[in-house]
Design a protein around this ligand. Structure first.
Ligand code: NAG
Length: 337
């Protein structure tokens, strides 16, 4: 009997070994698997959200709409008005929401990270915080995510973001428009801002929450790659497969081409995008020629706060931090940690 158990164990171990060794080869042969792992757009967590009903997420001053970045390609968008307008917003339709852009309130375009949709809980909580601070928040699902059409790609994400940015700019004229990216969305954000700066129209500020330097460094540090990180050939098997999909998210290069105020927020206990990558990006940004003369700020959040990868919205200091960036206050409060 004991031998039987040992035999079974051996067989299981052998299978695990076969799986462990095959995965790198499978990925090398089908690099599109790596693209799916980077985007995780098929993970619709939480599954039963009706994106047409932001009210279900407690957003009683949010309008769901669809825009068409390319002919025949619709993307789902949420527009949340500043929270002080919530009573007025009851029962209102698109036309009213559109007219609110003419008020003096600034607008934040929010670019979410991989996995899930614009209705993900940590995202919704941030919209609530920002709208309570008097901002409009406009968020959307890139092509391939949520109820948007199409399939994901870095180029597609960036051009969707650019389209929505221009759509907003048309409505805002000279009013402030800020860009906020989270996680993979920080890569989209720096791509977008680089494009805007290339054409001579930088945004009013860029906020990067839990950013990384580039996708290769991020993939290497991601918990998913833990069991392979030290395998010889890791770069060739895994990272080259990402590059083969034209996925770069090179924020480290982009910071040398952007010129607007930049704020980086990162929690020391971030287990998805490690803190040191956000710090490294900040060091690069603070040495960037194109950013010289602009405010470049790094705000770490101590591990004791347990904000990890998704919970910086909980920081009671966020209002002060934003006020500082957006020029309303001369100095960062000393208690921001
Ligand atoms: C609607 O949302 C606002 C802002 O988040 C909140 O203060 C208010 O209590 C909500 N009203 C209702 C009836 O839920």
């Amino acid at each position: 009997l004991r031998l039987g158990v040992v035999g079974k164990l051996k067989r299981i171990l052998l299978w695990l070994l076969v799986v462990y060794v095959s995965i790198p080869f499978i990925i090398k042969l089908c690099p599109s698997i790596q693209a799916k792992l980077v985007f995780l757009n098929f993970v619709r967590m939480p599954y039963f959200i009706d994106l047409k009903q932001p009210l279900d997420q407690g957003l009683n001053h949010t309008h769901n709409l669809y825009l068409e970045p390319e002919a025949g390609l619709k993307v789902g968008v949420w527009h949340t008005v500043p929270a002080q307008m919530w009573r007025e917003a009851q029962g209102k339709e698109g036309e009213w929401y559109d007219s609110t852009f003419s008020s003096t309130h600034p607008v934040i375009l929010y670019l979410h990270g991989n996995a899930g949709t614009r209705g993900g809980d940590h995202r919704v909580q941030l919209y609530k915080v920002l709208s309570s601070l008097g901002y409009h928040v406009v968020t959307f699902d890139y092509r391939g995510w949520g109820d948007s059409d199409g399939s994901p790609s870095e180029g597609g994400m960036t051009s969707d973001a650019l389209f929505i940015y221009d759509w907003l700019k048309e409505r805002l004229d000279k009013k402030p428009l800020y860009i906020w990216g989270h996680s993979l969305g920080t890569g989209v954000a720096t791509n977008l801002v680089r494009r805007l700066c290339d054409r001579g129209s930088p945004p009013d500020a860029l906020i990067l929450e839990s950013p990384f330097t580039n996708i290769r460094e991020e993939a290497k540090s991601h918990p998913f790659s833990m069991v392979y990180r030290y395998l010889p050939g890791f770069d060739w098997f895994f990272l080259d497969a990402i590059t083969a999909n034209n996925i770069r998210f090179a924020s480290d290069e982009n910071v040398n081409h952007i010129s607007c105020p930049v704020l980086i927020l990162h929690a020391e206990d971030d287990g998805v995008v490690p803190f040191h990558l956000g710090k490294k990006l900040y060091n690069m940004a603070s040495q960037s020629k194109s950013l010289s003369g602009h405010k470049v700020q790094f705000v770490p959040f101590s591990s004791s706060l347990a904000y990890k990868h998704k919970f910086i919205y909980r920081s009671p200091e966020l209002p002060n931090i934003l006020r500082y960036l957006l020029c309303l206050s001369p100095s960062l409060p000393p208690s921001h940690r």
